[in-house]
Design a protein around this ligand. Sequence first.
Ligand SMILES: Cc1cc2nc3c(=O)[nH]c(=O)nc-3n(C[C@H](O)[C@H](O)[C@H](O)COP(=O)(O)OP(=O)(O)OC[C@H]3O[C@@H](n4cnc5c(N)ncnc54)[C@H](O)[C@@H]3O)c2cc1C
Length: 398
Amino acid sequence: MAGDAGGRRGSGGDSLASAVPPVRGADQVKRLEGALVLGGGPAGAAAAIWLARAGRQVTLWEKERLSHHKICGEFLSWEAQAYLGDLGLDLAALGAVEIERVRMVTARRTVEGRLGFTARSLTRRVLDAALLDVAAASGATVEHGVAARELLPSGEVVAGQGAVKPGALFLATGKSNLRGCMRDGEGTLNQQLGFKAYFRLAPAERAALAGHVELMLFKGGYAGLQLVERDAANLCFLVSPERWKACGGDFHALLADLAAEVPHLARRLAGAVPLLDRPLAISGVPYGFLHRPSGGDSIWRLGDQAAVIPSFSGDGMSLALHSARLATGALLTGRGPQDYARQLAKDAGGAVRRAAWLQRMSGREGWVERVALLPGVLGLGARVTRLSGRAVRRARAV
Ligand SMILES: Cc1cc2nc3c(=O)[nH]c(=O)nc-3n(C[C@H](O)[C@H](O)[C@H](O)COP(=O)(O)OP(=O)(O)OC[C@H]3O[C@@H](n4cnc5c(N)ncnc54)[C@H](O)[C@@H]3O)c2cc1C
């Protein structure tokens, strides 16, 4: 997949000097009349778009200079698609593929069912770049290659050699914490390691996978496999650190070990060609984290900075977009970050808690076979681990 979407240079890689003056004293701090959004993932980009469309001044800093791959299953639920449509993205034109069915696979069994909606999948490299393009076209100042370093108690944000004091601060740095405004908890399930790789599957395997998302469960973790644009397949998985260590910290040995346990995975990967030089990896994801609203809330925490839902739900991006919708709606109607955080916790709390519980249970020997593969349980599990349709419709109507 490397090179597929073509790395694009940001619009303002060298504009940091103009945005942020050197810090020498209080008078050196630049004041930003409008909002500052830190992070150019779905949460940050969506917030910038909605603020800019409402005529607000908004600047977005994204630390990466170029569009890039991210660890993600790249499954777009209907809620995420609804928000992306509102934001003006044409997913079909970007190459997104459709997914109608889910297969749950263990070492011994496979159960298949309808998703109940048409999901789509698209690489984050293409999706996030498209969102930032829309943000810029909507009037937001999008600055690539600018990494925020710290939030000072005075409300100034430090980046590189300088600092700015924005009118409103939106924290959308994903899983990365920012000094001065760390998360107020680290979730409940943060030991697993995450990996993502793209493959060109053998034609028969590609055909068998088309239209499906496959969830494969194994000891110490699970994997998601689905097609993305340009006929590539995304294999994204979480695994215990013990299993990673037992494979000598070697990705190919780990894949072979997983395939030996789950014959379905072995079949899918037979003759597959890796498309990245090396896989992407992540550790310490604070699954189950939910920001607790407090009177001291003065910044707008979006996306993974507000809530981190276990990955198998495939709802992290819709949560990120929902948070951006609620937060910008609150700001534009004169309400504050605490009000917004309360609403988000109400909308997302149940799904995050249920998904975290299911993720814990799936690690218990035999539980998946005994319970999760029973008829109807798959669909129920998918419904209770996502944002409710009512919450999304209410937020979109504002
Ligand atoms: C293994 C795994 C699989 C997943 N699969 C799915 C899935 O299939 N479907 C789904 O919907 N969700 C999935 N998710 C969740 C989803 O990826 C996240 O919930 C979503 O990306 C959150 O969006 P965000 O905008 O909050 O953060 P991000 O998308 O992480 O964006 C944050 C941005 O901030 C930038 N940044 C970071 N620090 C700074 C800084 N200091 N200054 C400036 N910029 C900064 C980063 O470069 C990044 O571009 C998965 C997550 C994992 C870990």
